[in-house]
Each structure stands twice: as structure tokens, then as C-alpha cells.
Design a protein around this ligand. Structure first.
Ligand code: PMV
Length: 325
């Protein structure tokens, strides 16, 4: 018997960084997934293999590398943490064979670790005969996200669990925003991995040096998120694009864009995008371009010619789901 779960990655449409200062962020699940398959194992160990080139066995608190050397332990540990949290919660004692197949690039802000944690929890739950509720999946995937991100807001897990579009703020928590509209995007990956923590620290340093100026930019970003939510509810694609352009300006103002990101943003706009901005922490990682369905290929080509790796994507309405094969 094989239990499988798939969970989508994410992109932040607007509000990254400003969310740290209390403003709302709007986050969308994308149609790129992590798939986790769980099968039976004769011994009580947890065997993990991933299409990222690592595999190994966790047993009695130790790790035995099979592929990718000991560096694989840190990469695969979140999978063990997620699996173990489900075994503990369901009072189960058994070995597991876990196979991960991801189509989400890592460490570029597309929520691969959140999706992995959520899919692992759902797959292990299914393997043990339980369809875990969304709340249970969220709670049981927190340990792995803490291991990766230390103080995660929880937004990545939430959007991977629920799918669709989510609004998050510190005071309001997570709420789901139902919208019927297609949100076609092209993600442009600069290929430059970056540390979210360092970028958040650099913005904090700016807040210390220029508190009055930064306060005004934060407030503008907060108003922008409100207007963006209105445009989503009204299904106005062109207005969403304009607001994304403004948001890129605000993110550039606080110092988290880069030449590579700007190049892709301008190339996408020239290629016919309705709007384009960096997404996530910045400093490298990815940008997103909003486009009509018809223009997505043209925008993708413009991003490719400017040196980025384009990913044609869209809103994924389904959150995590699991099945037996
Ligand atoms: O690039 P990501 O997905 O790690 O996005 C980080 C979003 C920030 O607002 C910059 C940080 C945060 O914790 O909200």
C-alpha cells in the first residue's frame, strides 16, 4: 500500500516585508507541487529519499547517509520531524519509507519547505489510515517549519494546506480570500539563493536609521494591500498589475530588490506583463509577472532572454490532498 499527498507551493502577491511591521500580505498557492509517497518498512527506521539528490535512514537518533553524504541530514531532517510528529500524535510505532518528488525550486521564496512539511504530514496520516483535518495538518507541520525558518509566520503552511489565496497579518492571522478569477503569472527565477533572515534584518536596520520615512512607506504598503484585496474581489486583473508595479517600487525603496531582479521585472513589463515585482524576501530569488493567459508565453520568453528561468504558473485552488495508490 502506498499513501501519497501533494501540496502546492506559494508566491507572495503583495505585502512581503511590510507584513513584519503589521501590514497585510496576500499570498497565492501556485500550481507547482511537492508530492510525498509513504510505504511500509520492515524495520522501525524512517527512510527518506528526495529527487533533490539526497537519501538516508534515520534510526535511534542517528542518520545513515545513502546519497548526498552527511549534508543530506539537514535537508531531510524536516521530513523526519513531520513524519515523527504524526507518528507521535497518532500513537503509532512503525518504520516508514518516504519518497519526495518536488517541482518547486528551493530557497527562492516559493514555499517549498512549507509544502514539503504539509505534504509529509498528510501522507503519513493517510498511510496510518487517517484523513487529517486542515487544522491537524497545520499544527503537525509546524515543527518542521520551525526547524527550517526558526520563527515562521505560518503563512507558507497555511497556503499549502488551504490552496487558493490567503490574506495574512500579524493582528488578523490567516484568512482565506475566495476569488473566482484566474491569476496567471510567470515566475522569473534569478537562480540566486538568499537568506530571508538577512534581508529582514537589513530592513530592520533601515527602520532604526530612518523611522519616520520607513513608517510612511509601511503605511503606503498597507494601503496598497487593501486596494489589492479590493481588486481581487472585483476580479480586475489590470488594476492588480498596476498595484504590483507600485509594490515593486516600495520594495525597491526599502532596499530588497537587486539588479538581477530589476532586470527581470523590466523585461517582463516590456514583454507585455500587466505588472511585475519581486516576490518574497528579495535580494535574489524570484520575481513574478502578472499577465493575461494569452501573453504568458511572451512574458516567459522575455524573462528567459533577460537571464532568468521562467516558470509559467497560476492559482492553485486545491490545498493539500492525499490518496492511496
Ligand atoms: O521569500 P520568502 O518566502 O521567505 O518570504 C519572506 C517574506 C518576508 O516578509 C520577507 C518575511 C516574513 O517572515 O514574512
Amino acid at each position: 500500500m502506498k499513501a501519497i499527498a501533494a501540496a502546492p507551493g506559494k508566491t507572495i502577491l503583495v505585502g512581503e516585508h511590510f507584513v513584519v511591521y503589521g501590514e497585510a500580505a496576500v499570498v497565492m498557492a501556485i500550481d507547482r507541487h511537492v508530492e510525498v509517497a509513504v510505504t511500509d518498512r520492515e524495520d522501525p527506521s524512517i527512510h527518506v529519499s528526495s529527487n533533490l539528490g539526497f537519501s538516508g535512514i534515520f534510526m535511534d537518533g542517528g542518520y545513515k547517509a545513502e546519497k548526498g553524504g552527511l549534508a543530506g541530514r539537514r535537508i531531510l531532517e524536516p521530513i523526519r520531524i513531520s513524519a515523527q510528529s504524526v507518528l507521535n500524535a497518532l500513537n503509532a510505532r512503525c518504520g516508514l519509507d518516504i519518497e519526495v518528488c518536488s517541482s518547486i525550486p528551493t530557497a527562492v521564496g516559493l514555499g517549498s519547505s512549507g509544502a514539503l512539511a504539509v505534504a509529509t504530514v498528510a501522507a503519513v496520516g493517510k498511510f496510518l489510515g487517517r484523513n487529517l483535518s486542515e487544522e491537524e495538518v497545520l499544527a503537525l507541520s509546524t515543527g518542521a517549519e520551525k526547524f527550517v525558518h526558526v520563527t515562521p509566520s505560518g503563512i507558507d503552511q497555511a497556503v499549502s494546506t488551504y490552496g487558493g489565496v490567503i490574506v495574512y497579518s500579524r493582528s488578523g492571522g490567516v484568512s482565506r480570500l475566495r476569488t473566482e478569477m484566474d491569476i496567471p503569472i510567470v515566475i522569473g527565477n534569478t537562480g540566486i539563493q538568499r537568506s530571508t533572515g538577512k534581508l529582514v534584518d537589513s530592513v530592520r536596520a533601515k527602520h532604526r536609521r530612518y523611522p519616520e520615512v520607513m513608517k510612511i512607506i509601511d503605511e503606503a504598503a498597507g494601503r496598497l494591500s487593501e486596494e489589492f484585496i479590493e481588486a481581487l474581489k472585483a476580479c480586475e486583473l489590470a488594476r492588480l498589475g498596476e498595484l504590483m508595479d507600485i509594490d515593486h517600487g516600495l520594495l525597491s525603496a526599502i532596499g530588497v530588490s537587486s539588479e538581477a531582479l530589476n532586470n527581470l521585472v523590466y523585461a517582463a513589463r516590456r514583454g507585455g506583463a500587466l505588472g511585475a515585482k519581486l516576490t518574497g524576501a528579495g535580494g535574489g530569488g524570484c520575481m513574478i509577472a502578472l499577465s493575461t493567459l494569452e501573453d504568458r508565453r511572451r512574458v516567459a520568453e522575455a524573462i528567459r532572454r533577460a537571464g532568468g528561468t521562467p516558470i509559467i504558473a497560476g492559482k492553485e485552488d486545491s490545498g493539500v490532498h492525499s490518496w492511496i495508490s
